[in-house]
Ligand binder design. Structure first.
Ligand SMILES: Nc1nc2c(ncn2[C@@H]2O[C@H](COP(=O)(O)OP(=O)(O)OP(=O)(O)O)[C@@H](O)[C@H]2O)c(=O)[nH]1
Ligand SMILES: [Mg+2]
Length: 450
């Protein structure tokens, strides 16, 4: 990807297909001249003020569409360059023809994300905000939407920039001591500076804790529905997704294939998987299903362990682990109450035990609430991309090394080196200093026209 932007780019910014409107964008030093070459209105766009709208026609002599042109003048535009946005009629052809005209008039077809890349390179957005643009476009749940907006507004950026300033100050302080060792009295790093490293590291680490959540939110929190055969797993799955997706039958061993569906609860996506009942079986196909069930269990953040409360089978629930919680559904509560022993067995290690009836629907709301709680989402969490998590982790590790070296009385040069590594990681995170390959990876995820 070339980082020079002396050329003028154009692209269709809206999805292909029939719609009310389609928007074609042009940005760059020749945006107004190129737009004028294809636009016939009451006056030239090149003489129009910024933030003005102009009715006219695209194409001459053959018209391709009636349009409204929005003029944005540098630097008051998305890219900080001159920008013209043509609102065309929706549909496959008007916008495509308009784009062809613009390309013929000298614009270059924009690459994915190139408008936002220009916004980043011109300093209008930092890298976290640029990534938030893509996240906003791809957001599939309320929680992702809110998190992307908060990052676009620059809340995380401001905080991380403040941390970067602190690290930069520490580098200056430590290096000054090294440079003027005699004047300042030794090259050991003062305890106060080492303590500050710990504070900065802790605040960065707090964001890192939200990174696992970010992953879960982007991909949907995996919930495996598992338990003994005939416990009512498929019935409960159907009840939770509100649709008859999985086959229910009175005999054990009904489900073999893993059946998945995604639901949104409290603004978070959950991917539920109904799985084969766990038991020793001689049936080859059932055993393949059981293997899939075990794989689903291992890969899930939450396990919904279904127990037939009326006819308990003493299958051991999977152990809860730090990154995996078990919610027990004591099903068939419309029948005889569960034996105390079943409850006791089911409870060990579980985040919650909820009595439900997949058949009648009793307790299902409480079960959903328990699953959401077990997933452990805290609305205040800042959700990071994999790239952000990586850079944050690098910064934390470098700070931890700097701290350790400082405590061990290592020479100031060594401590400064580690602090500089932390600085570099934070600079990459914010895009203050970032390689072309990183930018390439980030912006190739964008749509053309964004
Ligand atoms: N009374 C009552 N019956 C239920 C309830 N939930 C499920 N059943 C019945 O229990 C039987 C087994 O239900 P399934 O949902 O197929 O159970 P499963 O756990 O998916 O079974 P496998 O796929 O064979 O492991 C069916 O006859 C259901 O109608 C419930 O809450 N109350
Ligand atoms: Mg089933």
């Amino acid at each position: 990807m070339s980082l020079a932007f002396d050329d003028t780019i154009a692209a269709i910014a809206t999805p292909v297909g029939e719609a009310g409107l389609a928007v074609v964008r042009v940005s760059g030093p020749r945006a107004l001249a190129i737009a004028d070459a294809v636009f016939r209105g009451r006056g030239a766009l090149a003489s129009a003020a910024g933030h003005t709208l102009h009715h006219g026609w695209l194409g001459a002599p053959a018209r391709v569409d009636e349009t409204v042109a929005a003029v944005f003048r540098a630097p008051a535009s998305y890219t900080r360059e001159d920008v013209v946005e043509f609102s065309c009629h929706g549909g496959r052809l008007p916008a495509r023809r308009a784009l062809e005209l613009l390309l013929a008039a000298g614009a270059r077809l924009a690459r994915p994300g190139e408008f936002t890349l220009r916004a980043f390179l011109s300093g209008r957005l930092d890298l976290l905000q640029a990534e938030a643009v893509a996240e906003l476009i791809h957001a599939r749940s309320d929680a992702m939407h809110r998190a992307a907006l908060s990052r676009l507004a620059g809340e995380l950026s401001r905080e991380l920039a403040a941390r970067l300033d602190e690290v930069t100050d520490m580098v200056a302080e430590v290096e000054a001591r090294v440079d003027f060792a005699e004047d300042v009295g030794g090259i050991e790093v003062p305890a106060a500076v080492i303590a500050r490293m710990g504070e900065v590291r802790a605040s960065l680490a707090a964001h890192l804790a939200g990174a696992a959540w970010g992953r879960a939110m982007r991909e949907g929190v995996q919930v495996a529905i598992a338990g003994a055969p005939n416990a009512g797993k498929s019935s409960l799955f159907n009840r939770l997704v509100g649709e008859d997706r999985a086959i229910v039958a009175s005999g054990p061993g009904t489900t073999r294939d893993r059946v998945s569906a995604t639901v949104e609860w409290e603004g978070v996506l959950f991917t539920l998987s109904d799985t084969a009942g766990l038991r020793d079986s001689d049936d080859e196909i059932e055993n393949l299903g059981i293997a899939r069930a075990r794989a689903a269990l291992a890969a899930s953040r939450v396990v919904l362990w279904v127990v037939d409360g009326a006819a308990p089978v003493f299958a051991e629930a999977p152990a809860a682990a730090e990154d995996r919680r078990v919610v027990v559904a004591l099903n068939k509560c419309d029948l005889a109450p569960a034996a105390a022993e079943t409850v006791a067995r089911a409870v060990a290690g579980a985040a919650a035990v909820v009595r439900v009836s997949a058949l009648g629907g009793e307790g299902v709301d409480a079960l959903v609430a328990a699953i959401v709680r077990a997933a452990g989402f805290e609305p205040g969490d800042v959700i990071a991309s994999e790239r952000q998590a990586h850079d944050l982790a690098c910064a934390c590790e470098a700070l931890a090394r700097a701290e350790a070296c400082g405590r061990d009385g290592a020479p100031g040069e060594i401590v400064a080196l580690e602090l500089r590594a932390a600085m570099a990681a934070l600079e990459e995170l914010l895009g203050v200093r970032v390689g072309e390959d990183v930018l390439d990876r980030i912006f190739s995820r964008f749509c053309v026209g964004k």
